[in-house]
Design a protein around this ligand. Structure first.
Ligand code: SF4
Length: 520
């Protein structure tokens, strides 16, 4: 209740009988109430006195004519907001792509056209060189050339992404780090990394459909993406073969799709279908409609998610590919009428990926009632600080994209330079909680090989010398222990020495699991 009008009485609290009537009327400014209470007083609206036994203590009551005469209370002091606290609202705008010579004459209409973006995406070194001519040193070019030859992922980068990279400092740029491999930055893989780090293939009852969690399936609908990310967890199946990896391809094949749909229909426990890839933005509009309607027709399916990185790497898709966006919108609307949640899941990793073009695309989805969630991977040199991650989640929240997960980097092959430690994930989580509303705070998780997602603080044991953290996964595999391994080059010297000896590897894991068991 506000204390801004009427007559008030200052009562001796020691003689005041705090009846229900009084507590109903006592004002709710707790700080001020506490201050008065420390001096033995309580402030009571005059009309309450007759409802309370306090009226019999008339000699202890001080009459106040009105609020103006009430005891002075210090107002809560809130300093003016600093400009840095609002930095998340400063989105890159204007023809920023024209800074790159190759795009100097590209008009806004062309740059906003998703087809122009797709057609002009960089897929090999000669194309990259042509675009970067004069922008980077020949050392950098050689480094990238060699990097492309030693990667599990093929190369594809959109002009939009290339335009967001700071080419005056390409070695440190957080977007370059994610999409353009450099041989000079490559580190040896941890002995426990795997081409399929989440062991998705072990949980596939039909090709391309992974059923690990009881109520959820992951459907790999298409093997291509608008860009290819160095850190991809699914490098065993996404994109074309590289010199290092022969891919297991889940291509667009109607019979394979029908088998996946039939499997979901046959499993009444499945309520959640994630249509991924590759990337769902690569599906044609009629394919979106086919899959959406097929899964909507299964009565026990309650949630459908289209997974696309498109919003982060080619937002033009949502602005100019009306057929695709309309197809998703129609499935969302149909889902709403049948009480099924249909939404988009996307993947931003750095605040620089969010521009005024992204905001326009996110606004379009928002206007259509399409809910968008984001997953982030914590990567060294990209977003492994509370400041960057904090700015990212504030900027995402600002454009109505809901931060959902922040993953400690999976045990992916060929990107040891990108991985961070479990301790880094914990530190970031502690530092950023409270920056945004709880519903926009990402859960920081470790996706343990075989065991699924575990909250970053929930290990049974974590040895920071060997870098081994041990988790239980009661829902997925009750009673089993699953390990995650910090990058060796970030361990203290004694840990690095042990990992240098292959005969120590199993010993370290057994030791860590034994300690975890002893705590159970
Ligand atoms: S968009 Fe997703 S699936 Fe495609 S390469 Fe990137 S992380 Fe992998």
């Amino acid at each position: 209740m506000a204390r801004d009008s009427g007559r008030w009485a200052l009562c001796d609290s020691s003689r005041y009988d705090n009846t229900g009537a009084l507590s109903d009327c006592a004002f709710t400014d707790e700080a001020r109430s506490a201050k008065l209470a420390r001096h033995g007083f309580v402030l009571v609206p005059e009309h309450c006195l007759s409802m309370s036994k306090a009226s019999s203590n008339a000699e202890s009551i001080v009459e106040l004519s009105n609020q103006a005469h009430a005891p002075a209370l210090a107002p809560a002091h809130k300093p003016p907001v600093s400009p840095e606290a609002l930095a998340h609202r400063e989105l890159r705008r204007g023809p920023f792509w024209q800074r790159i010579n190759a795009y100097a004459d590209v008009t806004e209409a062309e740059f906003l056209d998703h087809q122009w973006q797709a057609k002009n995406s960089i897929t090999n070194v000669p194309k990259l060189l042509a675009v970067l001519k004069g922008l980077v040193s020949s050392d950098f070019v050689h480094d990238a050339e060699n990097g492309f030859q030693h990667t599990p992922m093929p190369v594809r980068v959109s002009p939009y992404l290339l335009s967001l990279i700071d080419w005056s400092n390409p070695y440190e740029d957080p977007l370059r780090i994610q999409f353009i491999p450099l041989l000079s930055r490559r580190l040896p893989d941890h002995p426990k990394v795997d081409l399929d780090p989440l062991h998705e293939r072990q949980d596939m009852p039909v090709p391309g459909l992974s059923h690990r969690y009881p109520d959820k399936v992951l459907f790999l609908s298409i093997p291509t993406c608008p860009v290819y990310c160095r850190f991809c967890t699914r490098s065993y199946a996404v994109g074309l073969d590289t010199e290092e990896v022969h891919k297991l391809t889940f291509s667009v094949d109607i019979e394979r799709w029908r088998a996946a749909i039939a499997y979901v229909a046959s499993r009444p426990e499945v309520e959640d279908v994630l249509i991924s890839g590759g990337d769902a933005s690569q599906l044609r509009a009629e394919q979106v409609t086919f899959l959406g309607e097929a899964f909507l027709a299964i009565p026990h399916v309650r949630r459908i998610r289209f997974a696309t990185k498109g919003l982060a790497v080619m937002p033009q898709k949502f602005l100019t590919d009306n057929a695709w966006t309309d197809a998703v919108t129609a499935i969302v609307e149909k889902g709403r009428k049948s009480h099924v949640d249909v939404m988009i899941h996307t993947h931003f990793n750095h605040p620089n990926e969010i521009t005024s073009i992204t905001q326009a695309a996110a606004n379009k989805l928002h206007e259509r009632g399409i809910f968008v969630r984001n997953q982030t991977v914590i990567m060294r040199g990209v977003n492994d600080s509370p400041a960057t991650m904090g700015l990212l989640i504030k900027r995402l929240s600002y454009i109505n994209v809901h931060p959902y997960y922040a993953y400690v980097h999976d045990m992916v092959k060929g990107v040891e330079d990108l991985r961070t430690t479990v301790a880094t994930g914990q530190h970031i989580e502690k530092q950023i909680r409270g920056l945004v509303g709880g519903f926009n705070m990402p859960a920081v998780v470790v996706d343990t090989p075989g065991g699924g997602k575990r909250e970053v603080h929930s290990y049974e044991h974590y040895d920071q010398v060997t870098g081994i953290s041990v988790y239980l996964s009661p829902v997925v595999h009750p009673g089993e222990y699953f390990c995650y391994f910090d990058p060796i080059h970030l361990l203290p010297p004694e840990g690095q020495v042990r990992w240098a000896k292959p005969e120590e590897h199993d010993k370290m894991i057994e030791e860590a699991i034994a300690v975890a068991r002893s705590k159970a």
